[in-house]
Design a binder for this molecule. Sequence first.
Ligand code: SAH
Ligand code: SF4
Length: 407
Amino acid sequence: MTTSQGPIAAPITQDVLTIPRKLPEGGLVNLVGLTREQLRAALIEAGTPEKQAKMRVGQIWQWIYHWGVRDFALMTNLAKEYRALLAERFEIGLPEVVTRQISADGTRKYLLRIAGGHEVEAVYIPEENRGTLCISSQVGCTLTCSFCHTGTQKLVRNLTAGEIVGQVLVARDDLGEWPEQGAPKDETRLVSNVVLMGMGEPLYNFENVRDAMKVVMDGEGLTLSRRRITLSTSGVVPEIARAAEEIGCLLAVSFHATTDEVRDRLVPINKRWNIETLLNALREYPRLSNSERITFEYVMLKGVNDSDADARRLVKLIRGIPAKINLIPFNEWPGAPYERSDWERIEAFADIVYKAGYASPIRTPRGEDIMAACGQLKSATERARREKTGVAKPAAPEVGIGPACTS
Ligand code: SAH
Ligand code: SF4
């Protein structure tokens, strides 16, 4: 986990909890993650008269997303019989929290189990006056970025919109951020920002990510403005304009190199859509999405992409694009073929970028003591299970979070 506030040497104290929670059960339709239109259709299908459907959608929506209610019986402005009907057909299902770890610096890492027994991670990073939740969009990833731990794992499946929204609900439950629990209002909200920087490539799960973000942005529910949501992509060029038009959130791009030769190696999707093609798509994004600037993520790899010449090429390449450049010290993982650049090198690089007129924050690790950076929680969990059961290989594919959940 990283921020732009300078290195944090967090003491190693851990609070590992197990919070049992129900998985969505077969047969019942999960209402979490349905768009308003989908919810309306589901209610009508269950027998709600069409004339009432809009009102019922509004009521149920508020119960789930504004009040944080999980039980139809508590929806007191609905008739008793109607509540019973809802309970027969539907559920309000969230991912199951397998473990929650809390870092000495307040970072919280959740290992979540979803249908099929797969596991993904979400990480909450508290900061002064705000908090960022980093969520996953896929189990594993189809792409194979050579510095990324998730990239070593095959794609298992896309998350549903419900599973994506569910990560936000789980965090708000855990943080006690619902009105009845005394949730603070907008300015000091605990989950004030969401970043799609966990596991997976969000633009390869476009519809589910879009629908989930619509739910998260809805003004009568979770109410996060589109400027508080950042989608990070490795550079799926054909979907970038679509993201601007259909989601409209902020965009971060995993840039990481200044020549096609190096980017081909680090972010192999570059072989399909190279730097020039990517930059052309990015130039259009602020206008199409009506957002201010794009975040360029740049992982600092010793001797690979971290020279002064790289820094100069970078600012030349992005000229004309409203941008900030987030420099990410490489999060090392066992067997990784790279090393983190030295701190002085990172600072020298940042300096060149800054002098060229771009904000160049260096993200420094958060939650290191709970290994919130690169899937190690899951690996550590699997290791513990193996030791306990004597089973050599984990039953489920081992997966890890995109290692740079950042704010
Ligand atoms: N798939 C999307 C989003 C998830 S990865 C993407 O690639 O953008 C989120 C960010 O973490 C990306 O910028 C990714 O390049 C970066 N990242 C992945 N592995 C990393 C590592 N080991 N150290 C630092 N950053 C890493
Ligand atoms: Fe997938 Fe992003 Fe990791 Fe690349 S950096 S392998 S796109 S999660």
